[in-house]
Write a protein that binds this ligand. Structure first.
Ligand code: BGC
Length: 251
């Protein structure tokens, strides 16, 4: 069965139909720039454009970089604050001419995809996926089940919001070496998360997962196994489609 997945990010909105049996896109994804400012209506219109590009008329799953309860956005750390309390499902549904829409947190979507098709396959203990990008997103699993909206990127680290110190953006903005960023920032952050949850596995996603060899060697002293995400750029799209399919079964 195929379902459509859309990943809303700070810089791009990308989507494609997903083959749920394989966890793979059936066509090359289509990407548009996120409008700036990324206000709800403008973003919903771009999502509709991405969906329309494929002539898609079935259910769609959409990721959002904030807390999502039901289909309503509750936080917007790195996107326009006017999203807070917006019913993204209703808005995108209207923009797409009434398609059924499921919405979930972006890291939760990536986590769901990794647990089924990627680095977390078959793992039943506590697994934590962290996406290291503009912010830090988290997805926590135990027994293969997700605890949604964990927001571990906003833990406090040395008096700061953790994502402001340990995200990929922090490394770039502060021009830190890989060694400095990994050994001083990321390692301390992982140690803190490990102290709280004792996971058996950390999966590190986001753009930096492609450069794992540059920073994994500096993450000494963490008990849990640490691996890069496997689905790379497509994890959000695949996870969004999986969530939409799940919602369809429950309805
Ligand atoms: C948001 C999370 C999101 C993460 C990655 C954080 O700032 O609060 O909801 O998953 O960024 O986009």
């Amino acid at each position: 069965m195929n379902v459509f997945g859309v990943d809303i990010g700070g810089s791009g909105i990308k989507g494609a139909p997903v083959d749920l049996a394989r966890g793979a896109l059936t066509e090359e994804r289509y990407k548009l720039l996120t409008p700036q400012p990324a206000t709800p209506q403008d973003v919903a219109d771009r999502v509709a454009e991405v969906v329309g590009h494929f002539g898609w008329t079935g259910p769609i799953g959409v990721t959002f970089p904030g807390v999502v309860t039901g289909t309503t956005v509750r936080t917007a750390a790195n996107v326009d604050p006017s999203w807070i309390d917006t019913d993204a499902g209703a808005l995108i549904g209207a923009a797409t001419g009434g398609l059924p829409v499921t919405v979930l947190n972006d890291a939760d979507a990536a986590g769901v995809a990794e647990m089924t098709f990627g680095a977390g396959r078959g793992r039943t203990g506590t697994v934590i996926l962290l996406t290291l990008g503009t912010g830090i997103g988290s997805a926590v699993f135990t027994g293969g089940r997700l605890v949604p909206n964990t927001e571990l990127g906003h833990l406090e680290l040395k008096g700061h919001d953790a994502e402001k110190r340990a995200s990929s953006k922090a490394r770039e903005d502060e021009d830190l070496t890989w060694e400095h960023w990994a050994s001083k920032r990321l390692r301390k952050y992982l140690a803190h998360v490990e102290m709280l949850f004792s996971p058996e596995l950390f999966i590190l996603g986001g753009g930096v997962s492609r450069k794992a060899d540059k920073f994994l060697p500096y993450l000494e002293g963490i008990r849990a196994e640490i691996v890069p995400a496997e689905l790379r750029n497509d994890a959000g799209i695949v996870g969004a489609a999986m969530a939409a399919s799940e919602a369809g079964r429950e309805a």
